[in-house]
Design a protein around this ligand. Structure first.
Ligand code: NAD
Length: 256
């Protein structure tokens, strides 16, 4: 293998991906597997997990395992114990599961606030903290969080979501500060507008969708394939000296 290809190879690596049953997490799981990583796919829907494991295993590049759990209630210190015994550890964590309840500010309740902040911000930290010792045993690792345009900008009906995504940008820097000296890099991808279940309401509105596209420098919304390169890059040794960064994959929205 040429040096440039080797740099991006994930052969022999194990990646745990949350939110793997749909949207960005599913795409990341497939991209990482195509680069050679075995995948621990985490989601709530067993049928979708089974389909994903079948699809990934079918490419005959790497193995795939499913863990069905609700991250809002799971015991993060034990829920992955069995699968991690099977894989022998983990090298890459994609903290991708998330919610956006799109509530107007005056309708947010302490419960809905807590639900958003817990899944989008608390789980990424505590899950990473559980897995860091296993990454240390393997000589390093990569943690990839998912930020948002709302890490930088306020959008309507999104106080809790925006707070969680502003938080994840800073948490990414804090995680990098805590663990990078042990070769565990932590970065975040900041997606622009991508068509997933989370953004269905936006993409179902052609006017709004076109308005979003027009706000980018490139002039279009994201396509799922636009996330493959950044995911493999941040998971691979090609990004070994990059840590604590939020990298926007937004067609230039934040540059305009
Ligand atoms: P999505 O709805 O397809 O994915 C969210 C995933 O999180 C789903 O698989 C869902 O099952 C999972 N999830 C939600 N609650 C869970 C729980 N309690 N336990 C376990 N899993 C749970 O939407 P997406 O767009 O792929 O979102 C993935 C991430 O990307 C989120 O963090 C989101 O904030 C972020 N994001 C998306 C966009 C976009 O344009 N789609 C933009 C910026 C950021």
């Amino acid at each position: 293998m040429e040096a440039s290809a080797k740099m991006f190879s994930l052969k022999g690596k194990v990646a745990l991906v949350t939110g793997a049953t749909s949207g960005i997490g599913q795409r990341q799981a497939i991209a990482l597997s195509e680069a050679g990583a075995s995948i621990i796919a985490v989601g709530r829907n067993q049928d979708r997990l089974d389909a994903l494991v079948k699809e990934i295993s079918g490419n005959n590049i790497a193995a795939a395992y499913a863990v069905a759990c609700d991250l809002a209630t799971a015991d993060l210190s034990s829920v992955f114990e069995e699968v991690l015994k099977t894989t022998g550890g983990v090298d890459i964590l994609c903290n991708t599961a998330g919610v956006n309840l799109r509530e107007p500010a005056d309708q947010i309740t302490p419960e809905s606030w807590q639900q958003t902040l817990y899944l989008n911000l608390t789980v990424p930290f505590f899950l990473a903290r559980e897995l860091v010792p296993l990454m240390q045993q393997r000589g390093g690792g990569k943690i990839i969080n998912i930020a948002s345009l709302q890490s930088e900008r306020a959008f309507p009906n999104s106080a809790a979501y925006g707070a969680s995504k502003g938080g994840i940008a800073q948490l990414t820097r804090a995680m990098a500060e805590a663990w990078s000296s042990e070769e565990i890099c932590c970065n975040a991808i900041g997606p622009g507008f991508f068509p997933t279940a989370l953004t269905a309401k936006v993409f179902d509105n052609p006017e709004l969708s076109a308005k979003n596209a027009a706000q980018t420098a490139i002039g279009r919304n994201g396509e799922m394939k636009d996330l493959d390169g950044i995911t493999v890059f941040l998971a691979s040794s090609a990004s070994d000296y990059i840590t604590g960064q939020v990298i926007y994959v937004d067609g230039g929205f934040t540059a305009k």
